[in-house]
Structures are given as C-alpha cells and as structure tokens.
Design a protein around this ligand. Sequence first.
Ligand code: HPA
Length: 260
Amino acid sequence: MIGIIGGSGLYEIEGVVVTEKKKISTPFGVPSDSYIVGKFAGRNIIFLARHGLKHAIPPHKINYRANLWGLKQLGVRRVISVGAAGGISPGMRPGTIVVLDQIIDLTAGRDSTYYEGDEEVIHVDFTGPYCPELRKSVIAAGKKSDIKLLKKGTYICTNGPRLETKAEIRFFSGIGADVVGMTAMPEASLAREAEMCYAGIAVVTNYAAGMTRKRLTAREVVEVMHKTGKRISALLKETINLIPSGRRCACRETLREAKI
Ligand code: HPA
C-alpha cells in the first residue's frame, strides 16, 4: 500500500478513484483528518491532508506521530510526501518541483519519536533521510512523463508558523539549504522509525524571504500549489506505476541496527 501526504494547497489528487474514507485514532492521538482510500494507477493508495482537508492545523501543531502511525496501521509501507517550500538556491523558482535528498532540522518542541526511552532506546540511521528506491521511482516518473524536476535538494525545516527573516535565509543558504519549509520534520524521521520508505517532493511556491523585494504572502503559496497540482498528480500517477512491487531498500529493517 502506498501513502501520499499532501501539503498546503494539495487536498486531493486528480485521477484517484476514492473508495472509502477512514477516520481512525492511534495510540499517539488523532491524525490530521480522515484517510482517503482509493485506487490510483491500478494500485491501492491512501491519501492524507497534512494540515487537514480544511487546512486548520498549522505546521507546529500537526500530530506527525499519529499521521504516520495511522498510515502504517492501514497497511502503508511507502509514503510519498508533497509539501510547499520557499526557494533559496539559484534555480529554485516558483513552480519548481524538487525530489529532496537531504534535510536540515531546525524544529523544536515537536513530538518527534515513537521511542521516548520508556522501554527501548532507539537511534535510527538518518544519513540519507529519504528512501533511495522511492526517490528513484519519482525521478524515473519525471523522465517518463516529461515533467521537469530537480533530482536533489536540501530542505531546511523551520518550526514556523512565521516565515523567515532575510538574515535567516542568508544563513540557511550559507549552510547548504536549497529550500525552506516547515513540515518535513519529524515526518521523515518518524517514517524511518516506522520502517516505512519515504520520499519528499517539494514544490517551490515562492522565493524565500529577502530573495526578492516582494513581501511573502500565504496566498501565493496556496495559489502556486494549486497551479502545480496537475503536474504533481501526473507525477504521482507515473511514480506509483513505476514503484517496484517488493521493497529492497534498508528502510524495511531500520530497527535491526538501531537498538542499543
Ligand atoms: N518558508 C517556510 N515555509 C514555506 C515557505 C517559506 O518561504 N513557502 C512555503 N512553505
């Protein structure tokens, strides 16, 4: 089963035939919204709106643990996450699609692990935060369906919900960030802890703060995401088509080498 998490402005995916909506709770609380179960490119998928279908949950209040746990509970083993981001490095123009390969985590105060240390002490390997096999499928899908995308990019995750200062963006640029967003963490590391494959697609919705003279607006984020929706849906469809049936990557046995 393949899970898709949609960010700001991506509340449904074109071409998905919805069969069921599942409202569930988990040992970690309630997920952002009902899970939309359906068929896409001939496979079973489950969609979740990260901020809720009415976009009522800000990035720092999202129950990432419940969202990922719920997906796993419903049988998902691979997660494709789509999120809006501000462009920092050259070439990261609004409308650019990036298949992320690295993360810098600046979040704080979020519930970020399934292993609080009550029973077991777990340190998962996170050298490469995204599943190489799943990334490969997304990149191949871009090529096959002629959708232009960047094959790598480093995502810096801020706590939000405020946007950044110009000096912060200058600093982020200096430490190697290509795009900035507020939701990749702890989503990516929780997926790793849950031994699910996880790929991250960033849609650049705006130039990051201070990169242009314009002030940033939340509206432009959602507008660009809407405009990119068709391309993202087509990319996801082809990706799902290309994902191999069995998993060969290390994601599925993460915990074997993570226990103290
Ligand atoms: N900063 C942080 N998060 C974002 C941005 C941004 O500029 N654009 C979309 N999500």
